[in-house]
Design a protein around this ligand. Structure first.
Ligand SMILES: Cc1cc2nc3c(=O)[nH]c(=O)nc-3n(C[C@H](O)[C@H](O)[C@H](O)COP(=O)(O)OP(=O)(O)OC[C@H]3O[C@@H](n4cnc5c(N)ncnc54)[C@H](O)[C@@H]3O)c2cc1C
Length: 247
């Protein structure tokens, strides 16, 4: 049972940042709420709802596409400028009831290790704009996933991705509709092949063909560490074969 002491709906990003910057209260950002509403929050948490403060929307700028952090996953799927790999992988993020609520910013901030959309964002060279009381800065998604402390008292405002480049994805799950045990996404970029995996670490991660055999995936009831590592090797090889290169 969540014990929320206050609910704030700031009208601007600046107001949201002021609310989050307070050190005498515990706050949490609320976007779509699909994770927040199912998490046990600390007692007396104050919720800062971003729906009026942070933009939704998708826009193309040259060779990149930007997603406002409050863009719902179903809107990402439905938009013509969304790269096809991201459209396909966003459909894996739960049923459409959840996708109509979940946001791009919430997906990034949650860092779910099984998120195939995050793997897709990694191979599309995602940059995450983070704003806090010291200003706004762009971070590579892989850096944010490696250190979530940058989101302490901060707000994700935008996620931009590079477009173009052939892509491929492979996955293994217990059934076709189930969350994948391990999934791989790949994309051809100027320097070669960019590949990301889910289900092998605390968050989705970028890998190379050579580094996969040294992964140490966490085990659970769906697969031991060894099984997951073997799946990773097979799926990365399949993606690399489809794209005709080595990661
Ligand atoms: C039944 C169920 C199934 C799920 N399946 C999946 C799945 O398959 N794949 C998957 O990846 N996730 C899954 N999730 C987790 C969650 O739904 C997703 O990560 C979702 O995309 C989160 O988006 P949201 O907008 O609802 O975030 P919220 O629940 O509002 O927030 C999630 C976290 O991100 C923070 N946050 C949100 N927006 C921002 C922002 N703009 N800036 C800074 N911090 C922010 C919040 O404070 C919170 O810590 C599932 C959850 C449920 C309940």
């Amino acid at each position: 049972m969540n014990r929320i002491s206050s609910y704030h709906r700031p009208a601007t990003l600046d107001e949201a940042i002021v609310l989050l910057a307070r050190t005498d209260v515990t706050t949490t950002v609320l976007a779509g709420g699909t994770a927040v509403n199912t998490t046990d929050l600390p007692a007396n948490t104050e919720v800062v709802d971003l729906q009026a403060a942070v933009a939704a929307g998708i826009s193309r700028d040259g060779d990149r596409v930007g997603f406002g952090a409050m863009t719902r996953l179903q809107d990402l799927i439905d938009h013509d400028d969304t790269p096809p790999l991201l459209t396909a992988l966003a459909k894996r993020e739960g049923p459409n009831t959840l996708r109509n609520v979940s946001t791009v910013g919430g997906t990034v901030a949650e860092g779910d290790p099984e998120s195939e959309l995050l793997a897709g964002l990694l191979v599309h060279e995602a940059l995450v704009t983070v704003a806090d009381s010291s200003g706004s800065r762009d971070l590579a998604l892989e850096d944010l996933l490696a250190d979530f402390s940058v989101l302490d008292r901060a707000v994700v405002t935008t996620v931009t991705v590079a477009i173009g480049g052939a892509t491929a994805a492979e996955r293994t799950g217990r059934t076709p509709a189930d969350t994948s045990i391990v999934a791989a996404a790949g994309r051809i970029v100027a320097t070669g092949l960019r590949i990301a995996l889910t289900g092998v670490a605390a968050t989705p991660v970028l890998v190379s063909v050579d580094s996969v055999s040294s992964l140490d995936p966490p085990a659970d009831f769906r697969g031991t560490s060894e099984y997951r590592r073997q799946l990773a090797e097979v799926l990365v090889r399949r993606v690399a074969d489809q794209l005709g290169g080595s990661a």
